[in-house]
Design a binder for this molecule. Structure first.
Ligand SMILES: NC(=O)c1ccc[n+]([C@@H]2O[C@H](COP(=O)([O-])OP(=O)(O)OC[C@H]3O[C@@H](n4cnc5c(N)ncnc54)[C@H](OP(=O)(O)O)[C@@H]3O)[C@@H](O)[C@H]2O)c1
Length: 351
């Protein structure tokens, strides 16, 4: 099978096309012919070894010293089941599925095995492979942080980075849970974030959250505004929010989807003194999140936003675009171009 491998950390050009053995499913696994995958912020972080401040040493231990130990990157995919192990009962050959290998990676390949009890679910009727491939990474991350925060109907939520992969999912899920949602994004993404269900929008290039005295029960930071340095300085020259804990109501929860090690150690202590809570670290990758997301799609309560589509062979261009940090929602890789439902010619515009 064809796969893109990343044998050393570096710029998008380190991704190289290789011929690898097609995997054979174990007794409890399904073999999926990958039709579409995505390029997420997680893929580019691993490829570039661009980890949050303070995490580089431990990152080499976990990911690999000179290059990723799992050289086929790609955290989410959609395709068809083409073979099943002898103990598999939930899936059959021909089923259309989406899957979330997550930290296990391996979606940048024509085939990927997944345990049938793992993060794999049927594609909701009416959804294309391209759309289904984008369901897991942002959606599962947002669901996990909201679950840990115990987000309740009627609470006020601030989502920083509301136009990104995680943020665009979080806006919809918070809204679905009955929260009142304020999204923080640039002016160019205002309409997108409103269309996803935000009650109000703050353009971070013009205004800092909290300036008007607004306070929130839950703040999700997907940008890393608490970090000194990378990701902390928004475009447009306005200052980042100074202290997100100050913007929380008593009992409020700060969700650090992106943060450096220093903030992850310091802020929970500071929060406890003020009767607030910080939730940080990697999101749990629970299979049930895929079923929840698929059910929400079926109920018309969740949609996906595709910013750009790239052919599989243009994977370096796709990574280059995600490297800009300016992607909106999701970037799709057409692993099997023939299975694409959209007309395409290299880089494709938003749907
Ligand atoms: N903890 C976990 O388990 C976990 C899981 C998934 C992701 N993450 C991390 O979460 C972060 C976000 O991931 P993602 O996939 O959502 O990234 P992404 O899709 O690449 O985010 C890009 C978006 O961020 C917006 N943005 C950039 N600076 C901003 C600012 N100062 N204020 C508001 N919006 C801003 C950009 O909009 P403009 O172009 O308009 O600025 C763009 O739409 C990454 O650091 C990723 O590593 C963590």
């Amino acid at each position: 099978m064809k796969a893109f491998v990343c044998e050393k950390y570096g710029p998008p050009g380190v991704l190289q096309l290789r011929e690898l053995p097609t995997p054979v499913p174990r007794a409890n696994e399904v073999l999926i012919r990958v039709r579409a995958a995505t390029v997420t912020s997680g893929d580019r972080r691993v490829r570039a070894f661009d980890l949050p401040a303070g995490m580089r040493s431990v990152g080499r231990l976990f990911l690999g010293w000179h290059g990723p130990r799992k050289p086929v990157l790609g955290t989410e995919l959609a395709g068809d089941v083409t073979a099943v192990g002898k103990d598999v009962s939930r899936f059959s050959v021909g089923d259309r599925v989406f899957a979330f290998p997550g930290a296990g990676m391996g979606a940048y390949a024509e085939y990927r095995c997944m345990p049938e009890a793992g993060a794999v679910a049927a594609i909701p009727e009416g959804l294309s492979y391209e759309e289904a491939a984008t369901l897991s990474f942002g959606g599962a991350t947002a669901l996990d942080f909201f679950r840990k925060a115990g987000l309740r109907a009627g609470e006020k939520v601030l989502i920083i980075g509301a136009s990104g992969g995680v943020g665009s999912a979080a806006v919809q899920l918070a809204r679905h849970l009955g929260a009142r949602v304020t999204g923080v994004c640039s002016g160019a993404n205002r309409e997108l974030v409103r269309s996803l269900g935000a009650d109000s929008v703050i353009d971070y290039t013009r205004q800092n959250p909290g300036v008007g005295g607004d306070r929130y029960d839950v703040i999700m930071d997907t940008v890393g505004t608490t970090q000194a340095g990378a990701g902390a300085t928004p475009r447009g020259g306005t200052k980042p929010p100074q202290d997100l804990l100050e913007l929380l109501n008593p009992g409020g929860r700060l969700l650090l989807v992106a943060a450096g090690l220093a903030e992850m150690l310091r802020l929970p202590v500071a929060a406890r003194w003020r009767g607030k809570r910080v939730i940080a670290g990697p999101a749990d990758e629970r299979p049930e999140y895929l079923h929840q997301l698929a059910d929400l799609v079926r109920a018309g309560a969740y949609t996906v936003f595709i910013d750009r589509r790239y052919r599989f062979e243009d994977i370096a261009k796709a990574h280059g675009y995600v490297d800009t940090g300016r992607k909106r929602g999701n970037v799709v890789l057409l692993v099997d171009t023939a299975a694409s439902t959209s007309a395409h010619d290299g880089v494709l515009p938003a749907t």
